[in-house]
Design a protein around this ligand. Structure first.
Ligand code: ZN
Length: 433
């Protein structure tokens, strides 16, 4: 799980609908073009109007300082006054939108959005504890024949290759019927080892070139020598693949979530890894751990991009955070119990720990940012740890077996059990009876 690069100086719209939709690399006039992330869309700031007077000054400031802009921000971008926040709509201009605060908690206007928190559902009756709740499962990455390209592939000896995108899909396929049996409605953001974006790396040739040009890489190399090539980020070949399998794919998943599925919750399913070096002779590590991510901790340069600033505000104002945090903390507890894994400690500066469990961090990942409903991103197990590799090699099985020195369920079913336990515990705590 790595963050995609952001760039300045490019603006490309990805048309999201229509059977003949293609990537349109339409360069905008400089003043706005310079302020969007790659493939980002120019924000429609009028979409924030529905949040007028829905949040108090104190709650806004708390969410800004402690969750979303916890790594600091340029005060010219968001000016906080006693009654309102002034938000710059386009970097380099003096254009602001004004968001008025509610005078008090009692004066807050109600939020209107598609998702419902369990605490706001009616009693489930006899239809199962999760009845009336819609969960979208987002199995991370692509898997299948794409696993090598997306660098979620390694192979040890004669064992079948380890492909994260196939493992996450297997978890989703096991998890769905369990959730349905508890009354939930379940959708898949991806249900096969294929991308949902219709684009391919060749569609991003020009975008990749312009990205490198704006990043100051003159005369970039065309191709790269595999995933271990230290200069791969400076090649057209690697960048256009990244634009396809990460940027375009996640944006397409977000449009599916936001405009078609409109679930109450997205569970982004991943397995973690530590750097493994040569994917044909990967380094195995004794480390194994668990963490969960929610959206937040935007970096100051990310907030300078008009689309990311807009998406941050939309996320903040939707009040997804309290829901995401409470749910992530509960699932962290049940997954820790099922897996026995300790929390992961980040060594980088791009996260902020949130909650009290020690397992949950705020981080600005594209998926957690773009999905406009509560989204919990799961990162259990280090795939290239010795113990996990043995369990992956053992595959899925029913019941328990002795694997890696212990009697236990398959790694996939243990993952599913941890998630199901967490959801059940959360609904028990918060849903009216
Ligand atoms: Zn992943």
């Amino acid at each position: 799980m790595f963050r995609s690069l952001v760039t300045h100086g490019l603006a490309f719209f990805l048309l999201l609908t229509g059977p003949a939709a293609r990537a349109v690399d339409e360069e905008l006039p400089n003043e706005s073009a310079s302020n969007l992330s790659t493939l980002g869309r120019k924000p429609d700031w009028s979409e924030l109007e529905k949040y007028q007077a829905t949040i108090t000054h104190d709650e806004f400031v708390h969410l800004l300082n402690d969750v979303y802009c916890s790594r600091g921000y340029n005060p010219e971008l968001i000016k906080i006054e006693p009654d309102a926040a002034r938000i710059l709509t386009a970097t380099g201009t003096q254009n602001y939108v004004v968001l008025h605060f509610a005078k008090s908690e009692a004066d807050r206007l109600p939020l209107t959005q598609w998702w419902t928190a369990p605490s706001a559902l009616s009693a489930p009756g006899g239809a199962g504890p999760l009845a009336g709740f819609h969960i979208a499962l987002d199995p991370g990455h692509l898997g299948g024949t794409w696993a090598k390209m997306e660098e979620r592939w390694f192979k040890i000896g004669e064992a079948p290759p380890v492909q994260e995108g196939d493992m996450t899909l297997r978890v989703a396929q096991l998890l769905a019927p369990r959730l349905e049996s508890l009354g939930a409605r379940v959708s898949f953001v991806r249900d096969k080892p294929e991308p949902i974006t219709p684009y391919r790396p060749s569609d991003f040739e020009a975008t990749a070139r312009q990205f490198l040009e704006h990043a100051g890489i003159a005369n970039p190399r065309e191709s790269f020598d595999g995933p271990a090539d230290p200069e791969k980020e400076h090649t057209v070949g690697w960048q256009r693949e990244l634009l396809f399998y990460r940027n375009s794919e996640i944006r397409r998943r977000a449009s599916l979530v936001n405009f078609r599925l409109q679930p109450d919750l997205v569970l982004a399913l991943h397995f973690n890894a530590e750097p493994w070096g040569d994917s044909n002779h990967p380094t195995l590590t004794p480390n194994n751990h668990l963490h969960l991510l929610v959206n937040g901790a935007y970096l100051p340069p990310e907030l300078e991009l008009d689309d990311e600033r807009f998406e941050m505000l939309q996320k903040l104002l939707s009040r997804a955070f309290p829901e995401e945090l409470a749910l992530a903390e509960t699932i962290a507890g049940t997954m820790a119990k099922r897996t026995g894994l300790p929390p992961y400690h980040y060594k980088t500066e791009n996260v902020t720990p949130v909650g009290t469990s020690g397992y949950v961090y705020a981080r600005n990942l594209m998926a957690t940012r773009l999905y406009r409903c509560p989204t919990v991103y799961l990162e259990p197990y280090v795939m290239n740890s010795r113990a996990v590799f043995v369990r992956v090699k053992a595959g899925d099985y029913e019941g328990t077996r002795r694997v890696a020195g212990k009697i236990r369920p398959s790694i996939y079913r243990e993952y599913v059990d941890g998630v199901v336990d967490g959801l059940l515990a959360y609904f028990k705590k918060t849903r009216p009876l």
